[in-house]
Design a protein around this ligand. Structure first.
Ligand code: 13P
Length: 240
């Protein structure tokens, strides 16, 4: 093999943004995107999961209940039937506003894996935890309390410092590198697997190249800057 092709993930987390009309326009624009270096995964709100033609789709949520009948929940089986390939679990907004805890993440991960849906498990420290010097301890706890209880296959980690989400602030490039190395090292040590680790938090056109240049970063989890297809296309341009 003469050409080494390293594929990086570019995961768009639209959160609770974009209406039906905006999603339709987004689809028309984004389907032209092509890249051999970057894999695009779109994570719209649940009602819009089937609005994107031929693109790789992720869900922002999955039920933590498997055998119960529950209003408002969406199961792995349902997501699979829509062709959903990825699911985001453990996002700090779900931890904070929906009070989701480790057992929820464990059940959600199991529900996904049983249905061949790959998991993007989010971890990250708050500003206070960072300032107190507890970043690594917090990350190790978030990893082991969940991953000790699931099968480690088809899981990647998204390192999203809580204080970097939606603030325009990102860690220093060296800090991102060192923290992602730490995450990879402890996962290799504990579970004897190499795992992909994405970075997320205030990624935009002006910082994506610097983050991309960090070899240990396997991709990006992008919120605000993914809401416009033009912005995504121009960030892809930076990565080509
Ligand atoms: P921002 O890119 O808006 O900071 O959001 C990051 C995020 O939370 C992605 O999951």
């Amino acid at each position: 093999m003469d050409v080494e092709c390293i594929m990086k993930y570019f995961v768009c987390n639209f959160k609770n943004k974009l209406t039906k009309e905006e999603i339709i326009k987004y689809n028309n624009k984004i389907k032209e995107i092509e890249s051999k270096k970057v894999k695009l995964v779109l994570c719209p709100s649940l009602p819009f999961l089937s609005f994107f033609d031929g693109l790789c789709i992720g869900s922002q949520d999955i039920s933590s209940f498997v055998d119960k009948t529950i209003t408002g929940e969406v199961t792995g089986e349902q997501l699979k039937s829509l062709g959903v390939s990825y699911v985001i679990v453990g996002h700090s907004e779900r931890r904070e506003y929906k009070h989701e805890i480790n057992i929820d993440f464990i059940n959600k991960i199991n529900n996904a894996l049983e249905n061949d849906i790959k998991v993007i498990y989010c971890i990250g420290e708050t500003l206070k935890e960072k300032e107190d010097g507890n970043t690594y301890m917090v990350l190790e706890k978030q990893i082991s309390e969940v991953l000790n209880n699931v099968e480690i296959k088809n899981i990647m980690i998204a390192y999203e410092p809580v204080w970097a989400i939606g603030t325009g602030n990102i860690p220093k490039i060296d800090e991102i590198k060192e923290t992602i190395e730490f995450i990879k090292d402890i996962i290799e040590e504990k579970y004897e697997v190499n795992i992909d680790v994405l970075y997320g938090g205030s990624i935009n056109k002006s910082n994506i190249l610097d983050i991309n240049n960090i070899k240990v970063v396997d991709g990006f989890l992008v919120g605000g800057a993914s809401l416009s297809p033009d912005s995504v296309i121009s960030m892809f341009g930076e990565l080509e």
